[in-house]
Structures are given as structure tokens and as C-alpha cells.
Design a protein around this ligand. Structure first.
Ligand code: TXA
Ligand code: MG
Length: 317
């Protein structure tokens, strides 16, 4: 069911058609989708069985292609010159005209970008001619795969193909550096040592607790992120809606809302996931009392959608 491919052109054709393809990078295998295609990106979360939407890294064939989507300052350009292609991921502000799907960035105003140093990955990125969103190609809660056989163990039958790329040379994930604010903060230690980064841009904040032993990844980096949340209060599992509320519909819409955004008329969870962040943004308008979200079922991508809505519904000051 899941094909093992040798030719990047075959893998690129699948990606362009919206399918999921795992591919090797120098760090670990990634589970790739066309980063501009929301439904394809939603498929990543479905295949991994992730119970929530983490922001994904967008991979590019060259730095200039990344700078078309995010705003790079002098520090980002200096780091890219020093370490790209390579195992460094930069978190930067999305441009206003950024064409990367909102779900790939979990609705955030920032985007994680990198240019991988693996001939097969670069050939794939050039052949696809679109950025590729890819988390590590493991099932949720399992370790990152470094061979195509590992990927098959994790995801066979759940994705279209794996592009054979040999064994990953680095074997740990990329270093994730947040440059979106004024400072520089290490979000995840990885393939590029933080000291090497500091040699280029000066001091980097390390919000990690210092443990005696090695600490390859944060336990749950997603939890440290500030999540996108609408300004309006959000009401979950709405069974009715009033005239001064916006409605986030799933299936046949409740009547009477001031404005309605349809996540999926046919109750397709992948379509709903792909439209979720765009929907929250579209409904977040002044003059309304709040947003009422219709119930979403608990199977497939449903729990991830519900998790995201529950976070958006949490009271804020
Ligand atoms: O080496 C790697 O980085 C591999 C290969 C495939 O490139 N990818 C990888 O992706 O490890 P993933 O999804 O397993 O880890 C991405 C990390 C997560 O810790 C995520 O929270 C963080 O990057 N991240 C992504 N976008 C972010 C953003 N906008 N702000 C903060 N952190 C972000
Ligand atoms: Mg991972």
C-alpha cells in the first residue's frame, strides 16, 4: 500500500497531488505534505495520530524561497548563510502575503523554516517546486525514524510513499531557534550546537531546565507555545446560536447566527481541520458577543480539532 520510491520525481508528483510522502533529511525522516495545501497538511496529523495540532517545520530548497514566506532580519540571514543547508530551524514572523497554509503553522503568526542538507530532500524540494511541511515521520509519542524501514514500521498503509534516502547522517532533529521576538531563544536543542549559533549572532536564551543527563528534546514543546486564540469568547458544543453570535459550523448549520463559517458541510474531519484556523480568524469580528462552535465527533482528526477549540475557549484576562 505504501510505496518505497527511489526517484524524487515520482515522490514530487504524489506531493503535488496532495498525497503524503516521507523523505529523508540529514536529521531524521520527515512526513511531508505540500505546505500550501491545507487538506494535505491535515492528513499529516491524521497519519501521525497526533491528538493536537503542533506547528510544523516548512522545508525549502533554498533560503530565498523561505524569505518569500517569512520576514528574515540580519540575524536570520547570517545564520542561514552559516548553517543552511543544515540542521537549523528558524522561527520567524509570517509575511502578510505568506502562502503557507495556516494549519501548517498551527494558526500562529510565526513559521518555522529550514533548508535541509540531504541531496534527496533537496532534489525532492526542487522537483516539487513548493515548500514541504514535515514533522518527523513517526506515530505520535514515538521516536523519530532514521531509516526508511523505521518509517514503514510506523506509517505503512497510512501514507502514499516513502522516498528511499538511506540512513540519516545526523540522527537527531534540527535545532529550533526562535527569532520572531526581539531576542533569540532556543526552543529545541538539535543538530547545530547552540554555541555555534552564538558565535554568529551572540547570546541565545536557553529556557530549558539544565539536567545532569542529555536532553535531546523538550518533553512537549507544543505546550510552551503561545497558541493562536480569537479575541471573541468561544463556546463549545453549541446546540443553538443567537443572533449576536458567529457560528463555526460542522455539518448542517444551526439557524439564526449573525455570521456562519462552514468547516465542512459534509462533516469531513480532514476538510474541517484544514479550514479551522482560517475559520476562527474569519469569525473573530468586532461587534459580536462570541463564537459558537458546533460539536465535532471524537474519531480521526476530531480530538485534535476539539483540543484546539478547547484551548481557544479557555478564559483569558
Ligand atoms: O530535524 C527536524 O527538525 C525534523 C526534520 C523532518 O526536518 N523535523 C521535526 O519536526 O523534528 P517536528 O514537527 O517533529 O518538530 C518541530 C518542532 C516542534 O518542537 C515544534 O513545536 C517546533 O518545531 N515549531 C514549529 N513551528 C514553530 C513555531 N511557529 N513556533 C515555535 N516552535 C515551532
Ligand atoms: Mg517529532
Amino acid at each position: 500500500m505504501t510505496a518505497l520510491l527511489d526517484d524524487p520525481l515520482d515522490a514530487a508528483a504524489l506531493l503535488r497531488a496532495g498525497a503524503l510522502v516521507a523523505f529523508a533529511t540529514e536529521t531524521v525522516y520527515g512526513l511531508g505534505a505540500d505546505a500550501r495545501n491545507g487538506q494535505a497538511v491535515a492528513g499529516i496529523f491524521e497519519a501521525k495520530g497526533r491528538p493536537h495540532f503542533n506547528p510544523l517545520i516548512c522545508h525549502f530548497a533554498e533560503a530565498e524561497a523561505a524569505w518569500a514566506e517569512v520576514r528574515a532580519d540580519d540575524r536570520a540571514r547570517a545564520l542561514a548563510a552559516a548553517f543552511w543547508p543544515g540542521p537549523l530551524t528558524l522561527v520567524l514572523p509570517r509575511r502578510a502575503d505568506c502562502r503557507i497554509d495556516l494549519l501548517a503553522g498551527a494558526g500562529l503568526d510565526t513559521l518555522a523554516v529550514r533548508v535541509p542538507a540531504h541531496a534527496g530532500a533537496l532534489a525532492l524540494l526542487r522537483a516539487t517546486a513548493t515548500p514541504i511541511a514535515a514533522p518527523s515521520a513517526n506515530r505520535s509519542g514515538r521516536v523519530s525514524p532514521t531509516t526508511s524501514a523505521h518509517v514503514m514500521e510506523e506509517l505503512s498503509g497510512r501514507i502514499a510513499a516513502v522516498l528511499e534516502g538511506g540512513e540519516c547522517a545526523v540522527g537527531v532533529e534540527s535545532t529550533v531557534l526562535d527569532l520572531a521576538g526581539g531576542g533569540a531563544a532556543l526552543l529545541r536543542p538539535g543538530g547545530v550546537p547552540v554555541e555555534a549559533i552564538e558565535a554568529v549572532i551572540g547570546p541565545v536564551g536557553r529556557p530549558l531546565p539544565r539536567h545532569a543527563g542529555p536532553q535531546p528534546t523538550l518533553r512537549s514543546p507544543g505546550m510552551l507555545l503561545s497558541h493562536y486564540a480569537p479575541t471573541l469568547p468561544l463556546r463549545l458544543d453549541a446546540r443553538e446560536v443567537s443572533a449576536d453570535e458567529a457560528l463555526l459550523a460542522f455539518g448542517p448549520p444551526l439557524p439564526g447566527a449573525a455570521v456562519t463559517y462552514q468547516l465542512s458541510a459534509g462533516r469531513d474531519l480532514r476538510e474541517a481541520a484544514a479550514r479551522l484556523f482560517a475559520g476562527l480568524r474569519a469569525l473573530d469580528r468586532p461587534g459580536l458577543r462570541g463564537i459558537a462552535a458546533m460539536p465535532v465527533p471524537g474519531d480521526g482528526l476530531g480530538p485534535a480539532i476539539r483540543d484546539r477549540l478547547a484551548r481557544a475557549a479557555e478564559p483569558r484576562e
